[in-house]
Ligand binder design. Structure first.
Ligand code: GLA
Length: 528
């Protein structure tokens, strides 16, 4: 009996090895305006190891280091824009092979959606990322051939894009970091004409408009297909984009929209590939004031050298559209975007993967992943550590105050991501703290930096037109006593004026200040 079991166990890998070689396909129907997607894997098996490739409607990767153990496979998958491969695993159940990322919890600041196996057509997209979907069912692949049968025309082709030779001149917009609201963090695919109008109303009635939150930005999932002339169409959630823009404008607000340089957006909707000029003109005709342009599926079609030029295409198209449109690059900080983001016409660019509504995600992105980027920020061109999660429920008010303070010290865009219609008074107070907003919006336009880090305790400063903003941050689990000397933050005056921007009080302080800072909390000061 023991030998029988042992030999069956030994036989198992050989069985799956024979089964695994060849092409596997997964097909996903389009839902609610997203496009149908196909993903192909080709595995070339040698003994109990394998290599191969993955190509989907919007992505391509090499498969390396494949190993077969019983009915389980593990491998690495790497696209042209990833510095490190993603670990993947699969399980064979009869005729069906499920494939997904190994260790699915995405750490804070982890590789971004489109680049981490969650883009359209990529493994994991099936249920993990579809419109609005937060649950996850691993995609199921079926074997279609023992040969390599990945269709050659799955991804569109193009003439290689020329390298960038000269920078676009500044468009004169976003002299201070853009402020407003964006639908994605809270609403995902639930965004609609109706809730955008309601949000615009609430931005006005809550006082947010008057505090500077001007842009009302529709994120992914508004798109339908194209008409016979190639004009982008809105889906049933947005019956009349021009009328919506008129409404938003009538409230003294501006309207933003979302697309990307690839064939599909991150949620699998039609993007601007091959239609850049046409889309920019359509946006202008609708009255759009802001475009977030998300890389995602462009990994399937462009090379590394074409990455910045692909952003330049839309940068030029927006300039030629005849309407001032803020240009927001969303490519998760790849390829040193700070070095070229402004040259391609960008007013802001994301620096990391997607933020989540958690202390770990927010604090890691804000504290750990921004230092060093300050040299790229200034009036008209900003680093974007992603949209605010304030009010979405995953952090405490203390943590949300830290979020607001840190983003303001970073001169980050302040795009609220909560349901403005129903926010509590305490969340309103955080988003509407005018003294903190003034730090973010300071005309000098300098991104703040860390002055000192003692374990979990960090002191940050942001030079202002008049004086300097100082953040005393406690990332630790216990309340801590923190001190700062004005000389450390560049203030030479003997007895400067010191104000606590959350307590809204002037303080009596000599050459330094000592205060208790709660766990995950902040004391934010203005010293002048
Ligand atoms: C990416 C972006 C997000 C959001 C989604 C929409 O993940 O980083 O901010 O726009 O796509 O699909």
């Amino acid at each position: 009996m023991r030998t029988l079991v042992a030999s069956m166990l030994l036989l198992a890998p050989a069985l799956i090895a024979a089964d695994l070689g060849g092409t596997w396909m997964q097909e996903m129907a389009g839902r609610g305006g997203s496009q149908p997607r196909k993903t192909y894997y080709y595995f070339k098996v040698q003994g109990n190891t394998f290599t191969g490739s993955m190509v989907s409607t919007s992505d391509r990767r090499e498969v390396t280091n494949g190993k077969i153990e019983g009915d389980t496979i593990t491998f690495e998958s790497k696209g042209p824009f990833q510095d490190a491969p993603q670990q993947m695993r699969g399980t064979l159940n009869g005729e069906e092979l499920t494939i997904m990322g190994a260790g699915r919890g995405r750490g804070p600041g982890a590789p971004p959606a489109g680049m981490a196996g969650r883009g359209p057509g990529a493994p994991g997209a099936a249920a993990g990322r579809g419109p609005g979907g937060r649950g996850f069912t691993p995609p199921v692949f079926h074997k279609i051939s023992a040969e390599n049968k990945i269709p050659a025309d799955l991804l569109p082709s193009h003439k290689p894009l020329p390298p960038i030779t000269s920078a676009l001149p500044p468009n004169g917009l976003a002299k201070t970091p853009p402020m407003g609201w964006n639908s994605w963090n809270k609403f995902r695919a639930e965004v609609s004409d109706k809730n955008v109008r309601e949000m615009a109303d609430a931005i006005v009635s809550s006082g947010m408009r008057d505090a500077g939150y001007i842009y009302v930005n529709i994120d992914d999932t508004w798109e339908a297909g194209r008409d016979a002339n190639g004009n982008i169409q809105t889906n049933e959630k947005f019956p009349d984009m021009k009328a919506l823009a008129d409404y938003v404008h009538s409230k003294g607000l501006k309207l933003g929209i979302y697309s990307g340089p690839g064939p599909l957006t991150c949620a699998g909707y039609i993007a601007s590939y091959g239609h850049e000029d046409q889309d920019a003109k359509t946006y202008a005709a609708w009255g759009i004031d802001y475009l977030k342009y998300d890389w995602c599926s462009a990994s399937g079609v462009y090379t590394r050298e074409e990455h910045a030029p692909a952003y330049m295409l839309m940068g030029k198209a927006l300039r030629a559209s005849g309407r001032p449109i803020v240009y927001s690059l969303c490519q998760y900080g790849m390829l040193d975007v700070g070095e070229w983001g402004a040259k391609v016409g960008g007013n802001l660019w994301r620096t990391t993967g997607d933020i989540r509504d958690s202390w770990d995600s927010m604090s890691h992105i804000g504290f750990d992943l921004q230092p060093g980027r300050e040299k790229f920020a200034g009036p008209g061109h900003w680093n974007d550590p992603d949209m605010l999660e304030i009010g979405n429920g995953g952090m405490t008010d203390t943590e949300y105050r830290t979020h607001m303070s840190l983003w303001s010290i970073l001169a980050a865009p302040l795009l609220a991501g909560n349901d403005i219609r129903s926010m509590s008074d305490s969340i309103k107070e955080i988003l509407l703290n005018k003294e903190v907003i003034a730090v973010d919006q300071d005309k000098k336009g300098v991104q703040g930096t860390r002055v000192r880090k003692d374990g979990d305790l960090e002191v940050w400063k942001k030079p202002l037109e008049k004086g300097v903003a100082v953040g005393l941050f406690n990332r630790g689990a216990e309340t801590a006593r923190m001190s700062v000397k004005w000389s450390e933050v560049g203030v030479t005056k003997k007895n400067p004026k010191v104000r606590d921007l959350w307590a809204h009080q002037d303080l009596k302080a000599g050459g330094e200040y000592t205060v208790e800072v709660p766990s995950h909390g902040v004391v934010m000061l203005k010293v002048e």
